[in-house]
Design a protein around this ligand. Structure first.
Ligand code: PRP
Ligand code: URA
Length: 208
């Protein structure tokens, strides 16, 4: 199992604006979308393509296409939804499942309140989306649930991860690859990532 950290000047630049507390809702959403596209691009590097024959205006041409039906994208509500907008720009027929989890503020344990997946979820490769991997509890609970439904291949895409979140996710699900834009320093006493970007859900939806 491996974690892939996107190491690129464009990512560093976008993250710097995203982290800034003076960045407003509109820009914050746009940046999450843009970073999500870059994460998806990297995570689909091993995608299998099917042979197809098309005709250019000049001749027949044997080429390859993606079968988008082989995939499902599963944002963890709420904040994970902010990653979907970017992803459907590059995988426009993506099937989307939703899982609703919130963290109990005292125990930091995830509590499930919604679960709805596309049909035949067990036959698809699933990309779980959440901008923040903090303790890892939400990611682990989501992946536990998907595996109960028979999903075999899962990748986890996040914007910012903490070292302990990566360690916990690796321990719980050693088969799941993690793609992130940054691994930050640590968690604070109440489970927030430092330096981080604050509460992703609140910043996306302007709730605080
Ligand atoms: C945030 C974030 C993750 C979770 C990460 O969601 O979007 O889902 O915390 O923390 P963890 O790795 O310690 O589980 P939150 O619970 O704040 O819910 P929200 O998206 O509805 O704001
Ligand atoms: N969830 C967030 O939204 N931010 C953090 O820093 C940690 C968990």
């Amino acid at each position: 199992m491996k974690e892939i950290v996107l190491n690129h000047p464009l990512i560093t630049h976008k993250l710097s604006i995203l982290r800034d507390k003076n960045t407003g809702t509109k820009k914050f959403r746009e940046l999450i979308s843009e970073i999500s596209i870059l994460l998806c691009y990297e995570a689909m590097k091993d995608a299998k393509l099917n042979k197809v024959t098309i005709e250019t205006p000049l001749e027949k041409y044997e080429t390859k296409c993606l079968n988008e039906d082989n995939y499902a994208f599963v944002p963890i509500l709420r904040a994970g939804m902010s990653m979907v907008e970017g992803i459907i720009k590059v995988v426009p027929n993506a099937k989307i499942g939703h899982i609703g989890l919130y963290r109990n503020e005292k125990t930091l344990e995830p509590v499930e309140y919604y679960y709805k997946m596309p049909e035949n979820i067990n036959k698809r490769e699933v990309f779980v989306l959440d901008p923040m991997l903090a303790t890892g509890g939400s990611a682990i609970a989501t992946i536990d649930r998907l595996k109960q439904d028979g999903v075999k291949k899962i990748k986890f895409l996040c914007v910012i991860a903490s070292p302990v979140g990566i360690e916990n996710l690796k321990k719980a699900h050693s088969d799941v690859e993690i793609y992130c834009a940054s691994v930050d320093r640590c968690l604070n006493a109440v489970g927030y990532i430092l330096p981080g970007l604050g509460d992703a859900g609140d910043r996306v939806y302007g709730t605080k």
